[in-house]
Structure formats: structure tokens, C-alpha cells
Design a protein around this ligand. Structure first.
Ligand code: C2E
Ligand code: MG
Ligand code: MG
Ligand code: MG
Length: 284
């Protein structure tokens, strides 16, 4: 009698094992499935001119609501997509979503700037500048109103990424180095790259006015930018105090919860339609 029970238990255990393995899909598979449906969407965060408070444009930030339920942060799934070699699928989706939304925004503000985040895989992909051109013509965004944000970490192959930057610049597309100061690359290459903006990482903005040794880094980055003739965008501004210090350092553009959180399209449109928001975007 023990033998049939043993067989039964064995079969039961393997059935459970197969069930567990099949339902625990890998994250790249879940990303692919999510792209088949409509699990991804974009939020828009205002970028303001620091001296006037005017909204110059927005940064598009991707969101993933897996199975329509749990929210997966981009910091989790973007690296997975990069590793799995499917970042081009994500970028294509960002372009498609932005091409749907941009005409609504442009009808409120014809000269609005749009920033899109690129990964190393995007910068290394042959023909990517052609992809950007096609997206621009589909969305109605002028090439010189488009900013491609690249982190220092995505400059894995500086020669290849540098060539893409050169082509982008030649096409009139602007390039920003995102999260500047958090990568590990040397400053030497920066002068050679075709870059328009340095984005100061929120780590350094949030250290401003504190007694941490990091509190002086933002000022050094601003000096470097000035030497290289680059514009500065400070990100992660949450307080009036941080704003005051950055204004004192003559920073041009700013982004952060003080001006607006990443928001869905309808909220952005409401904000743009509200009278006076052209002149001064008040803190939420
Ligand atoms: P990022 O490009 O540096 O984007 C800025 C991040 O800082 C965003 O996080 C934004 O929500 C957050 N942030 C903005 N203002 C504040 C503030 O005042 N305080 C604080 N604490 N945080 C603030 P998010 O949306 O979670 O995105 C994280 C990163 O994921 C982005 O960093 C970017 O590197 C990446 N990412 C987002 N969307 C895309 C995308 O479409 N493609 C690619 N390749 N990467 C993306
Ligand atoms: Mg960015
Ligand atoms: Mg950043
Ligand atoms: Mg970041």
C-alpha cells in the first residue's frame, strides 16, 4: 500500500512544481506580455525656467502597471529590459505613446520641449537617429524641441554612443547627460561629446544647504558646465531653499516636486490651460 501512496505523492509534487514554474514567468517575458496589452503609459514632469518659473517642457517618464495591478518602478524593469536586449521595444512604445499625446500638448504650447530617456542599447543601435526622426515627424515635435537624455552609465561604448550623439546634434536634436556626477566615467571625454545639457542628479540637489560634504558638488558641476558651455538642468528640487541656492548659482532650468510631480496627460493639459501657468507654475 505504501508504493501507490508514494507514486501519488510524487505525481502531486511534480504537478505542483510544474504549476509553480509555469506561473512564475521571467520578467522579460512579463515585459513582452505587458507590451502586447496596454500595461505601459507615460507620465509627464514639468521642466521650468528657473528665473521666471515658466514651464519650458516636460520629461516623459514610463510607468508599468503589471497585470493592471502592481506598479513596477522603472528603476526595476529598465535594467532588466536592458540586460534582456529588449530596451528597443520599450523605447518604441515610449515613442508611440508620446506621438499620441504630443499633438494635444503642442496645441496648447507650440514650442514645448519634450525630453525622452535613452538607454545604452538605444545609443548603440544602428539607425537609431532615423528612428528618432520618424518619431518626430509622426508626433509633430520639431527636432530642435526634442531632448534625448542619456545617463553616464549608458556611455558604455563612448565611441559608439558619441557617434550617435554627433548625428543627433547634426539633426538638431538636443542631448542631455542625465544623473550627471553619479556615473564613474572620467570628465575627460565630456568636452569631446556633442552634448547640450548637464542634468544635476537629485542626490546633489538634496545635499544643498546641508553640512554634508556632498553639498558642494552641485556648484562644482555648474562650474564644469560653464567651462564647457553647457546648459544646466537641476533635478529633484523639493524645497524653496534648494531653489534659492540654485538660483544663486545661476542654474537655467529646474525639475522637481516643488514645480510638479510626474503627471498623466489630462492633468498636464489642465495645468497648461489654466490661466497664468505660462508665467508662473506654482508649487503643487
Ligand atoms: P531620471 O531620468 O533621472 O528621471 C528623474 C526621476 O526622478 C524620475 O523617477 C522622477 O519621478 C524623479 N523625481 C523627479 N523630481 C523629483 C523630486 O523632486 N524628488 C524626488 N525624490 N524624485 C524626483 P522615475 O520616473 O521613477 O524614473 C526613474 C528612472 O528610470 C529615470 O531617471 C530614468 O533613468 C529611468 N526611466 C524612466 N522612464 C524611462 C524611459 O522611458 N526609458 C528609459 N530608458 N529609462 C526611463
Ligand atoms: Mg531623465
Ligand atoms: Mg536624472
Ligand atoms: Mg535617475
Amino acid at each position: 500500500i505504501l508504493i501507490p501512496i508514494g507514486i501519488f505523492v510524487g505525481l502531486l509534487l511534480s504537478a505542483i512544481l510544474i504549476f509553480v514554474v509555469r506561473t512564475r514567468m521571467s520578467m522579460p517575458t512579463m515585459i513582452r506580455n505587458g507590451l502586447k496589452g496596454s500595461e505601459f503609459n507615460l507620465l509627464y514632469q514639468p521642466v521650468v525656467d528657473l528665473s521666471s518659473g515658466t514651464m519650458m517642457g516636460v520629461e516623459a517618464l514610463i510607468r508599468w502597471r503589471r497585470n493592471g495591478k502592481d506598479f513596477v518602478p522603472p528603476e526595476t524593469f529598465i535594467p532588466v529590459a536592458e540586460q534582456a536586449g529588449i530596451i528597443s521595444l520599450i523605447t518604441a512604445r515610449v515613442f508611440r505613446l508620446l506621438a499620441e499625446d504630443a499633438p494635444h500638448i503642442l496645441s496648447e504650447r507650440p514650442f514645448f520641449h519634450f525630453a525622452v530617456n535613452f538607454s545604452a542599447g538605444d545609443m548603440h543601435r544602428p539607425g537609431v537617429v532615423e528612428e528618432v526622426r520618424r518619431f518626430a515627424s509622426q508626433s509633430g515635435i520639431a527636432l530642435d524641441n526634442l531632448v534625448i537624455e542619456v545617463t553616464e552609465r549608458s556611455l558604455v561604448d563612448v565611441n559608439l554612443a558619441g557617434e550617435t550623439m554627433r548625428q543627433m546634434r547634426a539633426a538638431g536634436i538636443r542631448v542631455a547627460i542625465d544623473d550627471f556626477g553619479t556615473g564613474y566615467s572620467s570628465l575627460g571625454y565630456l568636452a569631446q561629446l556633442h552634448v547640450d545639457y548637464l542634468k544635476i542628479d537629485k542626490l546633489f540637489v538634496q545635499a544643498l544647504g546641508t553640512d554634508s560634504p556632498t553639498s558642494q558638488v552641485a556648484a562644482r558641476i555648474i562650474e564644469i558646465a560653464k567651462d564647457l558651455n553647457l546648459q544646466v538642468i537641476a533635478e529633484g528640487i523639493e524645497t524653496k531653499r534648494q531653489e534659492r541656492i540654485l538660483k544663486g548659482l545661476h542654474v537655467g532650468c529646474a525639475q522637481g516636486y516643488l514645480y510638479g510631480r510626474p503627471m498623466p496627460l489630462d492633468e498636464l493639459l489642465q495645468l497648461l490651460r489654466r490661466k497664468g501657468s505660462v508665467r508662473r507654475l506654482e508649487a503643487a
